[in-house]
Ligand binder design. Structure first.
Ligand code: ADP
Ligand code: TZD
Ligand code: MG
Length: 581
């Protein structure tokens, strides 16, 4: 007996203590976080194992950048911070790109990285994977925190969640040193230190004067326009936004990731008349969209200004949660600061039921322009050139998306992006996810994983062959988790085109790849379905089969290597190409 008792006592004591690993997992679970996107290694291997054992979904990637992009877009889609988990120094740095991306795009995300011993790092004594990660994360994160003691884990996670989702969402860094995970603390005490965050993203009600100012300006307009941005998509107040558009009768333009907030086929959608409505409008209401480069900074020729930096004469209303956003590029005459749901509701009640529709000259001019452009595009899409070009391939994608409006649509590349954005209509909110504010390549496969996990339905990805290369190894991840992802590679043998030559004749040109590469074989290596498609008919058959079967599929769509243009639609931003003009 005497020898058994101490053992029981030890076991009891063990049952009554909690370690850092457990507290991190419990704190996440307590706050409704159910998925981790990451990559294991010292010191977080056990965190991934135990999180899985405790019922969290742990998706392990082949490179942290892709896990990070997955987390960032999961944040956009769910309004909960997407969690990316990495090891120290190099893993952390791989994840950092996605953290910056989340901050720039206003997506809520938390990058949790393990880190080395503080006292060794701070004295620069050369620890395993030594790096002052907190300092490095700060400039690209909305907020950054470090937890040193197990009893502070609850506070650390609560602060990270609040920082990520409140106000303008963004990327948050949470530094968890290796020593923290092994610390033990009395289980009951530990439990009490955890915080369930109350009202993490509080509503922000706009001031009545601001709403009135905006409505007065809108009522004075002869040629009004509404621009919906990805902030409007993020806000998940789709019904209110639709009511605002329809009650006012104002033509609207969806930014890339706001496509589908109302169906792109909506009669008030002015996408096909973009270059007419931007310079033509007199009052523009921005809803969760910034006047950054994607909108030519609200001035210049795009807006009818005489020269590159000249104001086009528009008055702007801007609905945004960030009070600092207004006036960042041009004067905002009526800023409405608050969350989009509250702002749009306030506008709607101010509008009432008898808002005068915009003058019919404006509406008719917009729809004439739009119909002419749609007809022109219809002709181009109907052609069937050989080899296939972007238009004839995307015409197929357009049909497949129309037939599967609930599918998530991932898109990156240059021509592969720009053409798909204008050709492929979206029908439902938050289905289109793409390169975002920075126009980055590399989001593709990470986005596919998150889209399949969060959306629980089919995912279609249209990828430039260059774009795909940045995250291509994650096709193994897609196969491993057996996700219903259909990847279509627009294979034009290179960046923009496949036709460049090294003038000296020594090497391949910097923009070209191996000719006739078979990306479909990559998918087959991991048990997925690979298809080589050189005609629209082959592409259609393969996409239909992929959606029907739900099997991971990669279609190598062979595109005319001369079909693209340098830099896609943003040639003007390229210094060399600009000089040539
Ligand atoms: P796009 O690229 O589609 O034009 P941006 O990323 O430039 O969109 O702009 C999104 C804007 O939406 C940001 O200025 C951000 O502050 C704002 N925003 C994000 N979420 C909300 C919200 N819930 N309520 C109000 N504004 C929001
Ligand atoms: N690196 C990163 C991270 N982001 C970038 N945007 C670029 C490099 C530069 N870049 C573009 O802006 S588009 C692009 C690169 C490399 C690839 C375009 O080639 P693609 O598309 O094959 O993906 P198309 O259809 O051939 O134009
Ligand atoms: Mg290409």
């Amino acid at each position: 007996m005497g020898t058994v008792e101490p053992q029981i006592a030890a076991a009891d004591a063990k049952a009554q203590t909690a370690d850092g690993f457990k507290l991190v997992i419990d704190a996440l679970k307590l706050n409704g976080i159910d998925t981790i996107y990451g990559l294991p290694g010292i010191p977080i291997t056990d965190l991934t194992r135990r999180a899985q054992a405790e019922g969290l979904r742990v998706l392990a990637f082949r490179h942290e950048q892709n896990a990070g992009y997955a987390a960032s877009i999961a944040g956009f889609l769910t309004q909960k911070p997407g969690i990316c988990l990495t090891v120290s120094a190099p893993g952390f740095l791989n994840g950092l790109n996605a953290l910056a991306h989340a901050t720039v795009n206003c997506f809520p995300m938390i990058l949790i990285s393990g880190s080395s011993e503080r006292e060794i790092v701070d004295l620069q004594q050369g620890d395993y994977e030594e790096m002052d990660q907190l300092a490095i994360a700060k400039p690209v994160a909305k907020a950054a925190f470090r937890v040193l003691h197990a009893e502070d884990i609850g506070v650390g996670i609560a602060r990270a969640i609040r920082a990520a989702v409140s106000g303008r969402p963004g990327g948050v860094y949470l530094d968890l040193p290796a020593k923290l995970f092994a610390q033990s603390i009395d289980a009951e005490l530990g439990k009490k230190t955890l915080i369930k965050v109350v009202d993490a993203a509080p509503k922000q009600i706009p001031a009545p004067e601001a709403v009135k100012r905006a409505l007065d300006l809108l009522r004075s307009a002869k040629k009004p326009l509404i621009i919906l941005g990805k902030g409007a998509a993020y806000a998940q107040c789709d019904t209110e936004i639709r009511a605002l558009i329809e009650k006012t009768g104002i033509p609207y333009l969806p930014m890339s990731m706001a496509k589908g907030l109302l169906p792109d086929t909506h009669e008030q959608c002015a996408s096909a008349a973009r270059s007419f409505v931007l310079p033509g409008a007199d009052v523009v209401m921005l809803v969760g969209a910034r006047l950054n480069w994607l909108l030519s900074h609200g001035k210049g020729k795009t807006w009818g200004g005489k020269a590159a930096k000249d104001w086009g004469g528009q008055k702007f209303i801007q609905i945004d949660i960030s009070p600092q956003e207004a006036d960042s590029n041009v004067r905002i005459d009526a800023p409405v600061v608050g969350d989009i749901g509250s702002c749009v509701s306030a506008l709607l009640s101010g509008i009432g039921s008898n808002f005068a529709k915009p003058p019919s000259e404006w509406l008719n001019a917009v729809s004439e322009k739009k119909n002419a452009n749609i007809a022109k595009m219809g002709e181009t899409l109907a052609k069937n050139p050989s080899p296939m070009n972007f238009h004839s391939a995307l015409n197929v994608v357009r049909d497949i998306v129309k037939a599967n409006p609930d599918a998530m649509f991932v898109n990156e590349g240059a021509n592969a992006l720009d053409f798909a954005r204008s050709i492929v209509d979206m029908y439902k909110p938050r289905k289109r996810i793409d390169v975002g504010t920075w126009g980055i390549m590399g989001v593709g496969m990470g986005y596919c994983v998150a889209a399949a996990v969060v959306g629980k339905g089919p995912v279609i990805a249209v990828e430039g062959d260059s774009a795909f290369g940045f995250s291509g190894m994650e096709v193994e991840t897609i196969c491993r988790y057996n996700l219903p992802v259909c990847i279509v590679i627009m294979n034009n043998n290179g960046v923009y085109k496949g036709t460049d030559k090294d003038p000296t004749g020594r090497d391949p040109a910097p923009t070209v790849f191996v000719k006739g590469a078979r990306y479909d074989k990559l998918m087959e290596a991991f048990g997925g379905v690979g298809v080589n498609a050189s005609t629209p008919a082959e592409l259609r058959k393969a996409m239909e089969e992929a959606i029907r079967s739900g099997k991971p599929t990669l279609i190598n769509a062979v595109i005319d290597e001369t079909a693209g243009t340098e830099s896609g639609r943003i040639t003007s931003l390229n210094p060399t190409a600009g000089k040539k003009k």
